[in-house]
Ligand binder design. Structure first.
Ligand SMILES: NC(=O)c1ccc[n+]([C@@H]2O[C@H](COP(=O)([O-])OP(=O)(O)OC[C@H]3O[C@@H](n4cnc5c(N)ncnc54)[C@H](OP(=O)(O)O)[C@@H]3O)[C@@H](O)[C@H]2O)c1
Length: 274
């Protein structure tokens, strides 16, 4: 089995490290790429190809793990050269992944979505959809956590966006409600009352949600804009617009996002205005 990577950053190097440990041959092409990318590939001892066309020709599974804005471009470039299965694992909208995978002439394609941050143990779930999703899922034999969600390209990416719509929406609602409660001196009481109706551990989860909403508000705002436009293809969204607005407000109103926030009260004390 040979697994090739187009792009060799955090995702590819983490996956490659595991595959190499398992005795799988890993290929990539780093000519013309940054020093960081070259070093990641060199340090792991990955087999170097002359270009991404060669990676695509020689791999049983080729995984595109590039900067999201070039996902379509690289698929177009290698489309006629893919011999095995082509997996697009990039954070892109379902409509983009559909367009990208249309370029893969042999039709053996997979839309894959990493449901969180990639970690060394590869415990993070990867959803996969598309006609060759089951072939990609064979990597579970090497410690990957891949779950097949049907044969339609776009479904894996859509599920990731739908989950994002829900989880970020809940965070935004929590932020607004707890901030109001804090201004009224009722935040501790509110958390206590909510814990009675929510599952055990709600208080800790709620506080960690509020702190991470502040820390990642800018990125979440940007992600919500994508969610909003994705939902607009199917419905007229209201909630996701408000979620975007909430995250925008957080990073506009927080005095210094680089501060170390130890508690939610410290964050709320740093909000410039109501
Ligand atoms: N990191 C995560 O935990 C995570 C989680 C979910 C989804 N994702 C998605 O997975 C993808 C990869 O993420 P990452 O964290 O590995 O990103 P990354 O560390 O920034 O790596 C991106 C890689 O793509 C290369 N690249 C850029 N343009 C290219 C081109 N035209 N042709 C070939 N290679 C090109 C970069 O090379 P240079 O260094 O030369 O620019 C770099 O090696 C992204 O789409 C991301 O949204 C990542």
């Amino acid at each position: 089995m040979k697994v090739g990577f187009i792009g060799f950053g955090e995702v590819a190097s983490t996956m490659a490290s595991k595959l190499l440990d398992e005795g799988v041959e890993v290929l990539t092409a780093t000519r013309g790429r940054s020093e960081r990318t070259k070093k990641l590939a060199r340090d792991l001892g990955v087999s170097e190809c002359s270009d991404i066309l060669e990676v695509s020709r020689r791999s049983d599974i080729v995984i595109s793990a590039v900067t999201p804005s070039v996902a379509m471009k690289v698929a177009r470039e290698v489309g006629n050269h893919v011999r095995g299965v082509y997996v697009d694992i990039n954070n892109v909208a379902p409509s983009t992944v559909k367009k990208a995978l249309d370029y893969i002439r042999n039709g053996r394609v997979v839309d894959a979505a990493i449901m969180g941050r990639i970690s060394k143990d590869l415990g993070v779930k990867i959803l996969a959809s598309g006609v060759s999703a089951h072939d990609f899922a064979k990597l579970t034999d090497y410690g990957f956590n891949i779950e097949v969600r049907g044969d339609r390209v776009g479904d894996a990416s859509a599920l990731k966006m739908l989950r994002s719509s829900y989880t970020k929406g809940v965070s935004a609602l929590l932020w607004e409600t707890l901030l109001a409660a804090y201004r009224m001196g009722l935040d501790e009481d509110l958390l206590e009352i909510l814990e009675e109706t929510e599952n055990e551990g709600f208080r800790e989860r709620a506080i960690s949600r509020v702190i991470s909403s502040a820390l990642h508000s800018k990125r979440r705002y940007e992600e919500m804009k994508d969610v909003e436009s994705f939902l607009s293809e199917n419905i007229t969204p209201i909630m996701s617009k408000c979620t975007s607005k909430t995250f925008k407000r957080i990073f506009m109103e927080l005095d210094d996002l680089r501060m170390v926030f130890e508690s939610y009260t410290m964050i709320f004390d740093n909000i410039k205005s109501l």
